[in-house]
Write a protein that binds this ligand. Structure first.
Ligand code: MLT
Length: 258
């Protein structure tokens, strides 16, 4: 399906994929900076933001196909630098494995290669049922907010936390339930990492409670030549929490590869 997107700047194309259950606004600290030297395309993923609500079952692979289809519609056929945070990283990995010719470099942020454990998948399913039966995403939002940010962000930057909370609260319960199920059934990509041949930047907040630095290390060890950057004092939303550290790292990676 075609996604809603923002398309800024000119130059080599960088595509940034947001996490769950967010939208493209989580990249606000990156888009205006990167757009000075690159064309930055920032979609709202299926069921999120301004893209169509989606309640039928879907997969991370289909979410990756949406991104490629949207690039096709924009006439972007040359390979792009594909970046993703968390769920966006799962989708970026799916895209590079399905359509390697469309990706020239990867930026995997606060994400992991492993699939859900049986327990994690079960917990997602019961959360999806709770969202459906109550018609409210409150359990997801309230459960995730404390885990998304480093303690210092939660304490000292209430405006950043409130902006993300308001994005999450706008999502439709049905789309959130369908996304939870897509996350739960995603495959383990660990073995496939060795087949990735594009330059890769792996970035993670040192305080990431959802996809910790150990998960980033697994990716960086698995993808030949990948570079690992750990952002001190940032949580799962490292690019939003610490743009002053992340942006120079991203720009220097892009200058070399993107
Ligand atoms: C995300 O930030 O995209 C989610 O936390 C991913 C997940 O729950 O696996």
């Amino acid at each position: 399906m075609l996604l809603a997107y923002e398309d800024l700047g000119r130059g080599p194309v960088v595509v940034l994929l947001h996490g769950f259950p967010l939208d493209r606004s989580m990249w606000s600290e990156q888009t205006r900076v990167l757009a000075q030297t690159h064309r930055v395309i920032v979609p709202d993923l299926r069921g999120h933001g301004a893209s169509a609500e989606f309640e039928a079952p879907f997969t991370i692979d289909e979410m990756a196909d949406d991104v490629i289809e949207t690039l096709d519609a924009l006439g972007v056929v040359d390979p792009v630098t594909l970046g993703g945070l968390s769920m966006g990283g799962y989708i970026a990995l799916a895209a590079v494995l399905r359509q390697p010719a469309r990706v020239r470099a990867l930026m995997l942020m606060d994400t992991r290669a492993e699939g859900d454990s049986a327990d994690a998948a079960k917990a997602r399913e019961s959360l999806a049922r709770q969202v459906e039966s109550t018609g409210s995403t409150a359990a997801v939002v309230d459960g995730m907010i404390p885990k998304l940010f480093a303690a210092s962000t939660l304490e000292r930057r209430p405006e950043v936390v409130a902006a993300i909370r308001s994005v999450m609260e706008k999502l439709s319960p049905r789309s959130v339930a369908a996304s939870l199920r897509a996350l739960a059934i995603r495959p383990d990509r660990t073995a496939a990492l060795a087949t990735i041949t594009v330059p890769t930047l792996v970035l993670v907040g040192s305080e990431d409670a959802i996809t910790p630095p150990s998960a980033a290390r697994t990716i960086a060890t698995g993808i030949p030549g990948a570079r690992l950057e750990i952002i001190p004092g940032a949580g799962h939303m490292a690019p939003l929490e610490a743009p002053e550290v992340c942006n120079p790292l991203i720009l220097s990676f892009l200058a070399g590869h993107g």
